[in-house]
Design a protein around this ligand. Sequence first.
Ligand code: BGP
Length: 457
Amino acid sequence: MGAAMSGPQTEGAYKKDHRLESFWDTWSDLSISDFYNKVGSYVGNNFYEKYEEDIKLFKSIHLDSFRTSIQWTRLMDQNQKLNPEGAAFYHKVCACARENDIELFMNLYHFDMPAYLFARGGWTSREVVEAYAAYARTAFREFGKEIRCWFTFNEPIVEPDQEYRHGAWYPFVKDARQGMQVQYHISLAHSLAVREFNKAKEEGYMLPDAQIGLINAFAPPYTKENPSPEDLEAVRMTDGIQNRWWLDLCMSGTLPKDVLDTLTEYGLAPEMRPGDEEILKCGRVDWLGFNYYQPNRVQAPLTKTDEAGYPKFADPYIWPERKMNIYRGWEIYPKGIYDFGMKMKNEYPDMKFFISENGMGVEHEDRFRSEDGEIQDDYRIEFVEDHLKWVMKAVEEGANCVGYHYWGVIDNWSWSNAFKNRYGFIEVDLMNNYTRRLKKSAHWIKSLIEQRDKGDN
Ligand code: BGP
């Protein structure tokens, strides 16, 4: 049991100690109105200054582990050499986790491209793929003896979707072909990083039991109750691009042939170079993280092409019985976590996984403050409890699920939503020097873990 967060959403200190600009800082500088309440990427929740207090708080509520990420912009300089000041910060975080006897899971990339590499094409460029591999190599060699659980990427599906297919995030591109190229390049980057990990391990830089994984939002796809063949085809391609693409890569070092064939048929296949197959083969991992917030309900596309004229594989389907988190606009469907567990059991039985993110973001939580000042977030307790029940059922029925991380343990900055929706078990008071305060859910999770340790559940 633990919880997750990320470097770019928590650290702040965006210009401190020679940290480079990230593409989020570029976007914030260009158009601050795109961010909720005009709060850009600069602030985080001040984890840079408060990491000791935070790690002690995590321990105080009995978490076994927590995940954060190294910011590429903090660890490396513009010549792709180690930034000693950035490294010193992450060494302090590792030491603090060790002293508090809480396991630190470290992810290498959480949507946070350095601006100078973004200017060279970001994930559309092969040069950036190579630069990421060099960054991963540096990180493994620098922290190999301090971290056991490593991850190459968080949700590698998000940047192709948000930045290049749907145009929701800067640079607002709506180009299905470019989206596939970006997805493909991230797959190569992941594979090269795993290769670097294995090499560093062979050469004695890593702990002997170090593990490498990938974390994705493997949203289970659903369609109508009585689907047409076209609806089922929409499910096949949605599952193919969002889930099987990464699952096959991580399990067997290949990409799903049926998906590549359909992409070729529609003129959307990424450009591949001789030798790439060998690189992809290195993409096999030790385990996976499954971020789960909402199911992916789709139906046959209502129009054949999107607004840019590219072929479409699916359109959203609104399930009449859906229950919503109205603040985030996401469906709440706890059973999805079980369905994914069963899919893993049936299709990828040898791969262990954990729930790496699951959580509920709520707006204006101040409304729920009791007289003694504590936020009474019963809705969050109910949300986690409902999901945990389905996790337990999946485990009982043979899913190889080894743990659960809540997102985000402490209120943090959430991309263009900034601090609109709060996720934390721990509150951050933005008006009062980022003061931390436990919410009701923090006490609840603490007592749940106590019961587990006593063998009560
Ligand atoms: C996941 C991301 C996290 C986090 C979370 C909540 O997709 O990995 O970084 O942000 O979603 O989403 P949001 O912050 O958009 O509400």
